[in-house]
Design a binder for this molecule. Structure first.
Ligand code: FES
Length: 165
């Protein structure tokens, strides 16, 4: 008779421990995966957002360019929208300005105030910006409009982040 004989009590202990461990792993794995999944996901290839604005159709007149993008916030993905004012300056360089007023965050419009033509105008408190986005002294905003980085892809405008100057 072998000395390594497993008793009935030991057999039940081993079996219950094994089955219990297997079941616990089955319950915990999805939770662990749920917790770390957003961290492990690869980031997008580019931070630039495509727009429907063709580069060769940009004129010297500021044009409102609307765009949409997917925003991933941990486990939640939503579709967001944004706007830029885009034009070509005297040198033919593209300028893309944020529409967010630097006073309290309202949205500015181009040439919408009859008494201040060819300016960006904020209707909330009468903020004014010149065409290049510089704030007009004496009006509420104390900083120029933020400027988007951009690039051209297949003839279309892609917008990056709007940064303060
Ligand atoms: S929020 Fe634009 S002037 Fe106040």
């Amino acid at each position: 008779m072998s000395k390594n004989r497993v008793s009935r009590r030991q057999f039940l202990n081993y079996t219950l421990t094994g089955v219990g461990g297997f079941m616990a792993a089955g319950m915990l794995m999805p939770m662990v995966r749920f917790a770390v999944d957003p961290v492990l996901q690869a980031k997008g290839e580019s931070d630039f957002i495509p727009t429907k604005q063709k580069i060769d159709e940009i004129t010297t007149e500021p044009t409102r360019v609307d765009y949409t993008f997917e925003q991933v916030d941990a486990w939640y993905t939503s579709e967001e929208s944004g706007t830029a004012w885009v034009y070509k300056d005297d040198k033919g360089e593209i300028v893309a300005l944020s529409p967010v007023c630097k006073h309290l965050g309202c949205v500015v419009n181009w040439d919408s105030d009859k008494s201040n033509p060819d300016h960006f105008y904020c209707p909330c408190h009468g903020g004014l910006y010149k065409k290049d986005g510089m704030n007009v002294p004496g009006t509420p905003p104390i900083a120029p409009l933020d400027v988007f980085s951009f690039k051209e892809v297949d003839g279309f405008l892609y917008l990056g982040k709007a940064e303060p100057r």
